[in-house]
Design a protein around this ligand. Structure first.
Ligand SMILES: Nc1ncnc2c1ncn2[C@@H]1O[C@H](COP(=O)(O)OP(=O)(O)OP(=O)(O)O)[C@@H](O)[C@H]1O
Ligand SMILES: [Mg+2]
Length: 410
């Protein structure tokens, strides 16, 4: 597969698969894309492995035909409600000699040693910087000389059941697992500028039934959580509020794509089918938009109170960045978010990201960028994998190592 990276975003609404790479100009190139509706998840949790696996197979099959390539293995995402990112540091004495790859293996083994609850397992170790005798921001210390080597790493720790269900769904779909990526890292890679990640920014990813909230500051992820509310709740509210079917509510939502009554240009009447009385009736556009507005406002308010509770404050030079199909299509979300967060707000326009085209693909595209820059680039975690790869006789045994790591590291 050469440099190609395959990413699979397992979502409550859709599974999205992309085959892509990052070129020498740091731009994403997409060779193939595939989507499949997914009904194997409830509130962001895999509850039906067979059905999730079938959606993975379908999305992957579509991406394969699109790219005219065969997919062997892929990276998948995991939401904030299933993972924590724990920062840890470790150090070792070097005694003035050259730092070797074995030293890195040792220090990265040490840094993994964190306390975690019984229901959690380690998913990944992401070294962010190495420090030699006080000199920081070193990405590759091999060959350097020093007396003290330190590592500053992010540990991705996931709920065992969630991680195992992802592994099982991939196994059943017969797609090998390259790794599990926290959705926040993937989305941030493509949605946030380096300045935003440094000054401070809130990233909201509003999907079908989950909203991921992450905060980056000082180039690090400092907050990561999810709320079990998303675009499908807007549809539900419309269905209940107007007494119409879920399918009709979804259709109307997509027809108007509006979350602010003040933006309505023509408050016309539309005809809908009342499911209680089984007869047509007229409702005004403003009735629909009022329902959307209330739910979107509530989603933002819930996110804001989570941040307030955690004592997070974002400077005005930073702001809020929004992505996810649950919100990206809907006009007026930006104004509502500005009102709730009292910060500048930016909505990611998927069309402006080369090859991405639709908001549904932003998370998978982010995974490709993340893997290309963090995992395959400067990160020493990838060195561990490469070392294992050299030792392993076949691709199968490399996969076996990673899979065993994920299966056993808890
Ligand atoms: N044109 C549109 N207008 C308004 N909402 C839309 C539109 N297209 C899709 N949506 C909404 O986007 C939501 C799905 O978003 P997305 O594809 O990002 O979710 P997901 O990743 O599958 O789910 P999750 O991340 O919650 O597990 C659904 O609620 C759907 O109704
Ligand atoms: Mg999603």
């Amino acid at each position: 597969m050469g440099d190609w990276i395959i990413s699979i975003d397992i979502g409550t609404s859709n599974v999205c698969a992309l085959i892509g790479k990052v070129n020498k100009y740091s731009q994403i190139e997409i060779a193939g894309r595939g989507t499949a509706p997914c009904s194997g998840l409830k509130k962001g949790v895999i509850v039906d492995i067979d059905s999730t696996a079938a959606s993975i197979r379908k999305a992957v099959g579509e991406a394969e035909s699109d790219a005219n390539m065969r997919i062997d293995s892929a990276y998948v995402n995991i939401h904030g409600m299933h993972v924590n990112v724990v920062n840890n540091k470790s150090w070792m004495s070097i005694n003035g000699r050259e730092i070797t790859r074995d030293d890195l293996d040792d220090i990265l083994r040490d840094v993994r040693d964190i306390d975690k609850p019984e229901d959690r397992q380690l998913i990944d170790v992401i070294p962010r910087q190495f420090i030699i005798d006080g000199y920081d921001e070193i990405t590759d210390p091999v060959g350097m000389v020093g007396t003290r080597l330190e590592v500053d790493a992010d540990m991705l720790v996931g709920k065992i059941t969630s991680v195992q269900n992802i592994i099982k769904s991939m196994e059943r779909a017969e797609v090998k697992l390259d790794g599990i990526v926290a959705e926040a890292f993937a989305a941030a890679e493509i949605c946030l500028t380096p300045d935003e990640r440094d000054i401070g920014a809130v990233l909201l990813d509003v999907g079908g039934s989950i909203t991921d909230i992450s905060v980056f500051q000082g180039k690090r992820l400092v907050f990561y959580d999810s709320i079990p509310v998303g675009g499908d709740h807007i549809t539900n509210d419309i269905a209940i509020g107007l007494r119409i079917s879920g399918a009709e509510a979804e259709k109307i939502k997509r027809q108007f794509e509006l979350a602010l009554t003040s933006l309505i240009k023509n408050d016309q009447e539309i005809s809908v089918l009342d499911i209680n009385e089984n007869k047509k009736k007229n409702v005004k556009v403003s009735e629909v938009v009022e329902i959307i507005e209330a739910r979107v406002y509530e989603i933002f308010s819930l996110c804001k109170s989570l941040l307030d509770k955690a004592g997070i404050s974002i400077p005005q030079e930073g702001g809020v960045v929004m992505t996810g199909a649950g919100i990206s299509y809907v006009d007026g979300c930006k104004q509502l978010a500005q009102e709730v967060f009292e910060l500048p707000v930016r909505v990611i326009q998927a069309g402006q990201i080369p090859g991405v085209l639709k908001p549904e693909f932003v998370a998978s595209a982010g995974m490709i960028k993340y893997v290309a820059t963090v995992k395959k680039g400067g990160s020493r975690a990838s060195e561990i994998k490469l070392k294992k790869q050299e030792k392993a006789k076949s691709r199968g045994s490399l996969f076996g190592n990673i899979l065993n790591f994920l299966k056993k590291m808890f």
